[in-house]
Design a protein around this ligand. Structure first.
Ligand code: SF4
Length: 430
């Protein structure tokens, strides 16, 4: 038993209705009050009737009544207004600061046992989604209704992250768009390496040297640390020589090549292919990264990412290692990922900073027009019966998994409420 669970019972009105205080007086709860997440009593402005007296005030909740003294509430004036002590076990009579007895309600055996049983099962489950075996009870409408709020939560957190980089960049919008989009070209596995690459080749440098896709590739591959060995083929040799000139001219320091991960990646996702595709994007938009935010339709954003690795990569995945020929265009999943994780969060952040609600709303409208992400976490939800219909809902499920399920915040979760309380409604008032 814990206080969080007891607070949940109180807040969700899960207690039986035939309640009495420990002194035997009838207790009716008119309103549980507002939960306080700061210091002080657990609920403010609760309204009750004890015996024939109507009360309005604060509620304190503990597992054992003796916790009142253990927590030092008897010496704290913030608790003088308490009107009821809600406990699981009454092991000590409690008195307020002024010496009056604080009415006590013992909730043990006064709520549906099924709620505790289900809660304990979820808390001890080892599944990636702890309530997995109960998810079939959740109506799809629950996700439909909650998705916008969950996705908003996720994107507000993303905005905070972008904001930190934006402030570091001296509020340079184009630099931050460039860096953010570059990090998304790492597609999670190589995200940090791409971040470091963009920092080691800032937009000013890109603009100064990138007159062609070849020059851009030379700079990016060189700074990525790919030119530490020797080459036999003409193309990498040419890039190597271009980079040597740039390195001397701008006193560049390349990254460690060991930063890049190839293991267990499909060759089409190798960082070599992604760097060349990124160079194509830079060339296509002429290193003007505001153009990334310009389209206002999904088709416009998709068109922006009609990009491809340069010709050399048609027959290679690595330098000096010829492979069977296939063009290395950015595929549909790559485009969707860059739009969902790169462009739209940046547009959302831009809309927030410029006080443009229309742009923020547009990002959510576009998410609704996109298919759900094809990633492992979304597949886990799907297998458990929760099916995202679009990218807004897949973003919501990602937020739910990482910020609720992984932290076992089931008592704050709408699915959790359905599972714990929804199923026990018939038992609520026996
Ligand atoms: S947070 Fe919600 S969805 Fe996740 S395990 Fe708990 S009840 Fe289930």
């Amino acid at each position: 038993m814990n206080e969080k669970f007891l607070s949940y019972l109180w807040k969700s009105r899960c207690l039986h209705t035939d309640l009495h205080t420990e002194s035997g007086e009838e207790l009716a709860i008119h309103h549980p009050g507002e939960q306080n997440t700061d210091s002080g009593p657990d609920f403010f402005n609760s309204r009750l009737r004890i015996g024939n007296t109507q009360w309005a005030g604060n509620i304190e909740i503990h597992v054992c009544s003796s916790d009142w003294y253990r927590h030092g509430h008897h010496n704290d004036p913030a608790f003088n207004n308490a009107i009821l002590h809600v406990v699981f076990e009454n092991d000590k009579q409690v008195y307020r600061n002024d010496g009056t007895e604080l009415p006590t309600l013992v909730v043990k055996n006064h709520f549906p046992a099924q709620i505790l049983d289900r809660y304990q099962k979820i808390m001890s489950a080892m599944h990636p989604i702890p309530c997995m075996t109960q998810l079939h009870e959740i109506p799809q409408s629950c996700l439909r209704l909650w998705a916008p709020a969950l996705t908003l939560e996720r994107w507000m957190l993303r905005s905070e992250n972008i904001n930190r980089f934006w402030e570091k960049s001296g509020n340079d919008w184009e630099e931050i768009i460039y860096q953010h989009i570059a990090s998304c070209f790492g597609f999670k596995i190589n995200q940090s390496a791409f971040e470091l690459l963009a920092r080691s080749a800032p937009l000013k440098l890109i603009r100064a040297v990138c007159v062609s896709q070849k020059n851009t590739e030379a700079l990016l591959f060189g700074q990525a640390g790919f030119f530490t060995g020797t080459f036999e083929e003409e193309y990498p040799l040419e890039l190597f020589h271009i980079y040597q000139l740039l390195k001397n001219k701008y006193t560049l320091q390349p990254l460690q090549p060991g930063l890049w991960k190839f293991l267990r990646l499909h060759p089409l996702n190798f960082p070599t292919i992604r760097i060349s595709q990124f160079a194509d994007l830079i060339t296509k938009i002429n290193a003007n990264f505001f153009r990334i935010l310009e389209p206002r339709t999904l088709a416009g954003f998709v068109d922006l990412f009609q990009i491809s690795a340069s010709g050399y990569w048609n027959s290679h995945y690595l330098f000096d290692r010829p492979s069977s020929a296939s063009p290395k265009k950015l595929g549909p999943a790559g485009k969707e990922s860059l739009i969902i994780n790169g462009v739209l969060p940046m547009l959302f952040f831009y809309g927030t900073m410029k006080d443009r609600c229309d742009l923020r709303e547009l990002t959510f409208e576009l998410l609704e027009q996109m298919p759900p992400e094809r990633i492992a976490v979304i597949q886990i939800w799907k297998n458990a019966g929760i099916i995202a219909q679009n990218a807004l809902e897949s973003q919501a499920l990602l937020q739910l998994k990482s910020h609720y399920c992984d932290k076992k915040r089931c008592l704050e979760c709408r699915f959790g409420k359905e599972i714990l309380v929804g199923s026990s409604k018939s038992l609520k008032n026996p």
